[in-house]
Structure formats: C-alpha cells, structure tokens
Write a protein that binds this ligand. Structure first.
Ligand SMILES: N[C@@H](CCC(=O)N[C@@H](CS)C(=O)NCC(=O)O)C(=O)O
Length: 235
C-alpha cells in the first residue's frame, strides 16, 4: 500500500497518473496547500521542502521499514523501479527516459510554474515577467514538439514516467498563453495521453479531493502560498 500525500496540482497529478497506470493500491492523504497543510510537522517529516506530492511506501521491495519520499521525479523513478514498469530496462531506453524526466523536473515544471505565477496569480501584472515566461514556455513546447516528431512518446515508442511528468504541465496550456495547434506533434501526444483510462481515473481524483478544483485560487490561499521565507520552514 502506498500512502500518497497529495493535492490536485500538476505535480500531484503525475503520481496519481502512475499509480492508476500501474494499478498499485494507494490511499490519498489530502495536503490542502491553500490552507497551510504543507507546514504541518507530521508532513514536514516526510517532505522537508514543504511541497507535495510525497509518498510513504508501506511495503518496500526490500521488506524493510516504510520508505518515504518527496519530489515528484524521485517518486516516479522509485515507483517505476518498484513495479518494473514505465521505465525501459535497457541502458539506452533508461537513459532517454531519465534525461527527459530530469528535463521536466529542472525546466518544464519550474518555468511553467513561474508562467502560472506571473500570468495568473501575481497581484500586479508585470509585462516583462509575463513575456519572459510565456516565451520560455513557448520555447519548451517547441522542444517537446520537435522531440515528438518521430516517436509516439517522449522517450520512444513506449509510454514512460517522462510522459507522466510532462503531461500535467501541458494541461493548462491556455492559461500559459499557448496554442496546441501550433505544435501538432505535441497535440497528438497530449490527446493520446488524455484518452488513457488511467489518466482519466487520475484526474477524477482531483475534484474528489478538492471540491474547488479548477476554480480561481482564493486570496487566503495566495497569502499562504506566496511570499514564504525561511521563517515558515524553520517554525
Ligand atoms: N519539485 C517539486 C515541486 C513540488 C511543488 O512545487 N508542489 C507545489 C504544488 S504543485 C506545492 O506543494 N506548493 C505548496 C506551497 O507552495 O507552499 C516536485 O516536483 O515534487
């Protein structure tokens, strides 16, 4: 059994997508990041970066004590190794997958996160910041589109954790000031993943966990989420 510490955001969806694909039993523990649940001492023990997702594997493969993990990329890799799924076993396939997983973790996610921040949430519209991140998002969409020109999925013919990491960040493409029609290979990939039954099941968990899923963030939530300093993490 996997305990999943989750709130329905792009990084959260990555893990429900994996768990639904693999058919691994899991229990969701909601972490309402708009109400400050990411600062609960019990959560910080598992996720010292005060960000979700995080997991606790109650039955690790070595038969030892439960394993806890934070960082969605590390979680996807751990679950792929645990199940032997969605990560090619051969050296080259594995290297391709991990390369694109790290690309997502270090580039696509953080840049699109800043896009969301300045386009949607910042109290003042700062044209330079919006322009920078909308353009960078566009560049990254172009990289993915080119990559997908001659293969079904990011790492090759098979669906992997690299796709699961990238997909949730493309879902809000309109809010990111992008057009999928400008990137036909990316669009084909996006639609294929959206059609998977595991993707639908994963996204169905979103509204179950957060009845306000898809609604604009409240002012109270913005106060909790933005402007954090070391004072929050050392409390
Ligand atoms: N690199 C981390 C990022 C996780 C992250 O930023 N999670 C956000 C939601 S998508 C969060 O927990 N935010 C809480 C906060 O900002 O206080 C990962 O991929 O797991």
């Amino acid at each position: 059994m996997i305990d999943l510490y989750y709130w329905p955001t792009p990084n959260g969806h990555k893990v429900t997508m994996f768990l639904e694909e693999a058919g691994l039993p899991y229990t969701i523990h909601p972490v309402d990041i708009g109400k400050g649940a990411q600062f609960e001492p019990s959560f910080l023990k598992i996720a010292p970066n005060n960000r979700m997702p995080a997991i606790v594997d109650q039955a690790p493969a070595d038969g030892g004590q439960p394993v806890s993990l934070f960082e969605s990329g590390a979680i996807l890799l751990y679950l792929a190794e645990k199940t032997g799924r969605f990560l090619p076993a051969d050296l080259r396939g594995r290297a391709e997958t991990l390369q694109w997983l790290f690309w997502q973790m270090g580039g696509l996610g953080p840049m699109l996160g800043q896009n969301h921040h300045f386009s949607q949430y910042a109290p003042e519209k700062i044209p330079y910041a919006i322009d920078r991140y909308v353009k960078e998002t566009n560049r990254l969409y172009g990289v993915l589109d080119r990559r997908l020109a001659d293969r079904a999925f990011v790492a090759g013919a098979d669906y992997t954790i690299a796709d699961m990491a990238a997909y949730p960040w493309i879902v809000p493409w309109e809010k990111q000031g992008q057009r999928l029609d400008d990137h036909p290979n990316l669009k084909r990939w996006f639609e294929a993943i959206a059609e998977r039954s595991a993707t639908k099941a994963a996204y169905a968990r979103a509204a179950e966990v957060n009845p306000n899923y898809g609604r604009p963030m409240s002012e109270d939530a913005k106060r909790v989420m933005f402007g954090q300093t070391a004072t929050n993490t050392k409390r």
